[in-house]
Design a protein around this ligand. Structure first.
Ligand SMILES: Nc1nc2c(c(=O)[nH]1)N[C@H]1C(S)=C(S)[C@@H](COP(=O)(O)O)O[C@H]1N2
Ligand SMILES: [Mo]
Length: 522
């Protein structure tokens, strides 16, 4: 008797649940093989990273805002988790289809692989070779699916529970191995990548600044439990970007190219950049997505070369009004030329709080522009400056519904107490309040606090470090009475303008409105 005849004789018995599981396991095999091979390629060649990155690039305007308001800086984790759920769902459906129609099911899985390959190719860092990991993963996964489908069904003649279970156990085995491979590879990747980067980075030493900046006076920090540190440690600095895997940029091959409307194109490598005269600046960065009272802002001492120095060397042609800065991962920001050439000393930065930039914050080189939201200025993993015109070029977020220009709006917030927290009175019956305010390029002249519907009281300000740096405020609330209260804060900038009470959402050009917290005084 020939094999096909044997198979027709023993009719396949349907096992939809196990078929769905076969789909999920085959999908896992696809990812595992691709991840494993992608170790030899750029991390952006890994299908999950590429598909997630492509997704981030096409989400409609406003969704970024919503996701950030819901999940804050855990947005990437949430995206990966959702992708895993969606992928498991799709592969389960594919497997389920395979219960009755194995070949179309295999074709669908292959199609999924091809779609992932197309998305891998759309990533800025990738070349054609970067599709290989996903290609091989798909080529392995498709026959695996067919094999698994055959395994879980088992011919009806051998229909005793024990045999069926033995066969199906092999499915679980393949699944477990695939899962371990994915986890193992992801771990290995991040370990080897950061070790290798550390080795290369160690070849460079940050230069001392030509002019050191005034040190931060101790009384810039309001001494009150629960206040954020005046200088944000690098490890606590908020991180916002579209990069699903942090770009690991090799400083030995890094280059910055300055071109466009210039008299002579300029290219500098990392050693040349470090040899330029550097300055230091205390600058508070803020994200346009920061909601009223939010913490998507951070304050650091940056070390870098004034952008102006390099732009002047390149020679700016008439008619230019914008510089499009580009990251290695394709992100772009449009910064008004004026903000890069005026006296605010915008930086091509290499140092953050006395250390090289951490990978998450743009190593080896990023932009820091006082007074503008990050999305139009603070390009991390910087590789290119194109001198151009707003009329000719559009940056990443501006094509997604965000404003083309993004001056930072004045902001003030209550940090102590936190919203809905308890506030303990001191022995003398007073309660201490504190918070933060910023209005980069203008500075903060005053902060006022209102308790319930009472009169506005003037807060005491910590030392002002610069107009581009946030200030901390505190208020001794003498007559704090036990019970529920509402605390509202507003600021006045260095030009005498009162912060507007008009509420605006972060999209399209930054949130506005007064921050209020409810608390109960004990
Ligand atoms: N390459 C790159 N640079 C980027 C971004 C990005 O998505 N990609 N996001 C910008 C935004 S929106 C902000 S608010 C700042 C945040 O800088 P940080 O992550 O160092 O705090 O980086 C800017 N630079
Ligand atoms: Mo941002």
């Amino acid at each position: 008797m020939t094999a096909p005849a044997l198979r027709t004789a023993r009719a396949r018995r349907s096992a939809p649940g196990w078929s769905a599981a076969s789909g999920v396991v085959a999908g896992l095999v696809l990812v595992a093989v691709a991840e494993l091979l992608s170790l030899a390629f750029a991390s952006s060649s890994a299908p999950f990273v590429a598909v997630g990155g492509a997704f981030v690039d096409v989400v409609p305007p406003g969704v970024k805002d919503l996701v950030i308001s819901l999940f804050g800086t855990s947005d990437k984790l949430v995206l990966f988790a959702s992708m895993i759920v969606v992928y498991a769902g799709i592969t389960a459906l594919i497997g389920r289809l395979g219960d009755t129609r194995p070949r179309p099911s295999a074709a669908l899985l292959g199609g999924l692989g091809v779609l992932a390959m197309v998305l891998v190719l759309t990533r800025a860092q990738n070349t054609a070779a970067d599709v290989l990991p996903t290609l091989v993963g798909t080529v392995v996964a498709v026959p695996t699916l067919l094999l698994l489908l055959r395994t879980v069904h088992g011919p009806a003649a051998s229909d005793d529970a024990g045999t069926a279970w033995t066969r199906r156990r092999s499915l679980l085995g393949v699944g477990a191995v695939g899962l371990l491979a994915v986890i193992g590879v992801a771990t290995a990747r991040s370990l080897t990548a950061s070790r290798e980067l550390a080795r290369r980075a160690a070849q460079y030493v940050l230069p001392a600044p030509r002019s050191t900046v005034e040190p931060i006076p101790a009384d810039a920090q309001v001494q009150l439990e629960g206040m954020p540190p005046f200088v944000t440690p690098n490890s606590e600095f908020y991180r916002i970007d579209t990069a699903l895997s942090v770009p690991r940029v090799d400083p030995t091959s890094w280059q910055l190219r300055i071109h466009g409307l210039v008299d002579r194109e300029l290219t500098v490598d990392f050693a040349q950049l470090l040899a330029e005269p550097m300055i230091e600046k205390h600058v508070t960065l803020a994200c346009v997505s920061n909601p009223v009272g939010g913490d998507l802002a951070g304050n650091a001492t940056w070390l870098g070369v004034p952008v102006r120095t390099l732009l002047e060397r390149a020679g700016i042609k008439d008619g230019a009004d914008m510089v499009l800065s580009r990251s290695i991962d394709g992100f772009t920001a449009s910064t008004p030329l004026e903000a890069l050439t005026d006296s605010r000393d915008s930086l091509i930065a290499v140092g953050m709080n006395g250390e090289p930039l951490p990978a998450e914050h743009g190593y080896p080189v990023r932009m820091v522009v006082p007074g503008l939201y990050g999305y139009v200025s603070a390009t991390k993993w910087l590789t290119e400056l194109t001198v151009t015109r707003f009329a000719d070029d559009v940056a990443y977020w501006s094509t997604r519904g965000w404003s083309e220009r993004g001056p930072i709006k004045i902001a003030s917030r209550v940090d102590v107490p936190r919203a809905r927290a308890d506030l303990t009175r001191q022995d003398d019956g007073a309660a201490m309040l504190g918070g933060t305010a910023w209005a980069q390029q203008r500075g903060i002249a005053a902060v006022e606090v209102q308790i319930d519907d009472g009169d506005w009281r003037e807060a005491e300000l910590g030392a002002e470090v610069s107009e581009d740096t946030w200030v901390q405020w505190s208020l001794r609330w003498e007559d704090a009475s036990p019970g529920e209260h509402r605390i509202t804060v507003r600021a006045i900038d260095g030009e005498g303008r009162l912060q507007t009470s008009q509420h605006a959402n972060p999209a399209p050009d930054g949130a506005s409105g007064w921050h209020s917290v409810r608390c109960s005084v004990l």
